[in-house]
Design a protein around this ligand. Structure first.
Ligand SMILES: CC(C)(COP(=O)(O)OP(=O)(O)OC[C@H]1O[C@@H](n2cnc3c(N)ncnc32)[C@H](O)[C@@H]1OP(=O)(O)O)[C@@H](O)C(=O)NCCC(=O)NCCS
Length: 184
């Protein structure tokens, strides 16, 4: 049975989930996160639409999380601001968990923390929707739904079935449309 408990002894540790923890990524995690991302996705990720949207743009530090087990980073997720037409939204990804640590719940715990934290920032001038390119079946429980293909143009081809949005406020993205582009 998986248990989630708040650890109040360390300001950096956000939550413990069974035998791993979810915490904010720190600058000293960068190399480990890069290595993990390469191990999980391989060089193919450089060709993807999602990569083109965040290439060279720093992810939001408060919206970059790692899952750690016994001090080792086993998973990561981050959100980066991008443009969608005239609006600014968050782009989620990459979300990755090392193969040998799959199905422990780390991916879901990272997703919950990322979406909850992004939602808590709404109203402070922060984006009120998150987009991503991924499997609907995995992301639906966190509030992601497909974006009508005509509403968004990505910089590279992507399966429209995998282009998803999560409104952090009801109907936030209803009127969003146009080109998805890097936030310059
Ligand atoms: C997808 C990924 C992040 C999930 O991480 P994880 O820590 O293994 O996931 P969790 O333990 O939280 O959840 C596992 C559950 O998600 C399901 N799942 C995993 N990948 C899935 C997918 N692409 N589509 C639908 N369900 C999926 C598993 O079957 C499992 O189901 P269960 O709980 O009913 O047994 C991880 O497998 C990964 O890094 N994959 C390669 C990179 C990738 O594809 N990332 C983007 C996802 S679209």
């Amino acid at each position: 049975m998986m248990s989630i408990s708040v650890n109040s002894n360390s300001s950096n540790v956000i939550e413990n989930v069974s035998s791993f923890e979810i915490r904010v990524q720190t600058p000293s995690d960068s190399q480990a996160v890069d290595d993990l991302t390469m191990a999980v996705f391989g060089a193919g990720m450089f060709a993807r639409a999602a990569y083109a949207l965040r290439e060279g743009i720093a992810a939001e530090p408060e919206l970059s999380f790692v899952a750690c087990k016994a001090g080792k980073i086993i998973g990561s997720v981050r959100l980066t601001k991008i443009k969608w037409g005239d609006d600014t939204v968050l782009m989620l990804g990459p979300l990755g968990v090392l193969r040998e640590y799959k199905s422990l719940g780390a991916g879901k715990a990272l997703m919950r923390k990322a979406v909850e934290t992004a939602r808590a920032r709404v109203g402070k001038g922060e984006p009120n929707a998150i987009i991503l390119v991924g499997d609907h079946a995995y992301y639906k429980p966190f509030g992601f739904e497909r974006i009508e293909a005509a509403k968004i143009k990505l910089p590279r081809p992507a399966d429209p079935q995998r282009v998803l949005v999560c409104d952090l406020v009801a109907n936030a993205s209803a009127n969003y449309s146009g080109v998805a582009a890097k936030l310059e």
